[in-house]
Design a protein around this ligand. Structure first.
Ligand code: ATP
Ligand code: MG
Length: 225
C-alpha cells in the first residue's frame, strides 16, 4: 500500500469572468507522504490559497487530478468531497471561517457532529481536549466575536484537528499573530503532528517558520520555482 496521503497531478486552475480568463495555477504536481510536513511559500497573489482549495476539494481544478489516499477526489460530487474531507482532512482557512453564532466548543465539535454516527458526549469531550491543547480551556463558551484574532485562529486549528485527520491543510495559520504566538502555534502543531501521526501542508509567508518543515516548496505565478 502506498503511503502517499495526497497526490496532485498537473493541476491547472483558471477563473473566467466574462471575456477575461485568469490562469492562477499552471501545471502543478505534488505528493505528500503520511506524516510528512510540507510548507508552501510564495508572494501574495501567487496562487497558494487557490491551490489549497483545490487540494482540499473546496474547489475543482480546471484540469488535472487530485488523489486522496490513492483515490481520485477532485471528480467526486460536492457532497462526496465533503464526506472525504470530513474523514481525512483538516482545513484551516486563511480567514478562520468560524460560525459566529456558535461557541468555541460548538465550532470545534461541528466536524464530529456532522458525522452520521455522531455522539454528542464524545464530540464534546474530544473538542474540550483539543481546545485545552491550543490553550483555550478558559474560552469554551465564548463566541468568535468575543475572542481575539489569535484565539480565533487557535479555535480554527482545534476544529481542523478534532477529527484526527490524516492530513491538515492550513492557509497562513499564524498569519495574523505576533512572532511569539506564531512560534508557540508552530511548536504546538509539531507536537500534535507527532501525537496524531498527521501530515501537514502549510502555506506561510514566513521563511523562518517554513524551515521547520521537512520540505519547502516555493510558488510563483501558479508554478513551483
Ligand atoms: N474567484 C476568483 N476569481 C478570479 N480571480 C481569482 C479568484 N480567486 C483568486 N483569484 C486570483 O488568483 C490569484 C491568486 O489568488 P490566491 O488567493 O490563490 O493568492 P495567494 O497566493 O493565496 O495570495 P495571499 O498570499 O495574498 O493570500 C490572485 O491574483 C487573485 O486575484
Ligand atoms: Mg492566500
Amino acid at each position: 500500500m502506498s503511503n502517499i496521503v495526497l497526490e496532485a497531478k498537473d493541476i491547472y486552475k483558471s477563473f473566467t469572468d466574462g471575456k477575461t480568463s485568469v490562469d492562477v495555477i499552471r501545471g502543478l504536481s505534488l505528493k505528500v507522504e503520511a506524516g510528512e510536513f510540507v510548507s508552501i511559500v510564495g508572494s501574495s497573489g501567487s496562487g497558494k490559497s487557490t491551490l489549497l482549495h483545490v487540494l482540499g476539494g473546496l474547489d475543482r481544478p480546471s484540469q488535472g487530478m487530485v488523489f486522496l489516499n490513492g483515490q481520485r477526489f477532485d471528480n467526486l460530487s460536492e457532497t462526496a468531497r465533503g464526506h472525504k474531507r470530513n474523514q481525512y482532512l483538516g482545513f484551516v482557512y486563511q480567514f478562520h471561517h468560524l460560525l459566529p453564532e456558535f461557541s468555541a466548543l460548538e465550532n470545534v465539535a461541528m466536524p464530529l457532529m456532522l458525522r452520521s454516527d455522531a455522539q454528542y458526549k464524545d464530540a464534546k469531550e474530544r473538542s474540550e481536549y483539543l481546545l485545552e491543547r491550543v490553550g483555550l480551556s478558559h474560552r469554551l463558551t465564548h463566541k468568535p466575536g468575543e475572542l481575539s484574532g489569535g484565539e480565533r485562529q487557535r479555535v480554527a486549528l482545534a476544529r481542523a484537528l478534532v477529527t484526527q485527520p490524516a492530513l491538515m491543510l492550513a492557509d497562513e495559520p499564524t498569519g495574523n499573530l505576533d512572532r511569539k504566538t506564531a512560534l508557540t502555534i508552530f511548536d504546538l502543531l509539531s507536537d500534535l503532528k507527532k501525537e496524531f501521526n498527521m501530515a501537514m501542508l502549510i502555506v506561510t509567508h514566513d521563511e523562518q517558520l517554513a524551515k521547520s518543515a521537512d520540505r519547502i516548496l516555493h510558488m510563483q505565478d501558479g508554478t513551483w520555482v
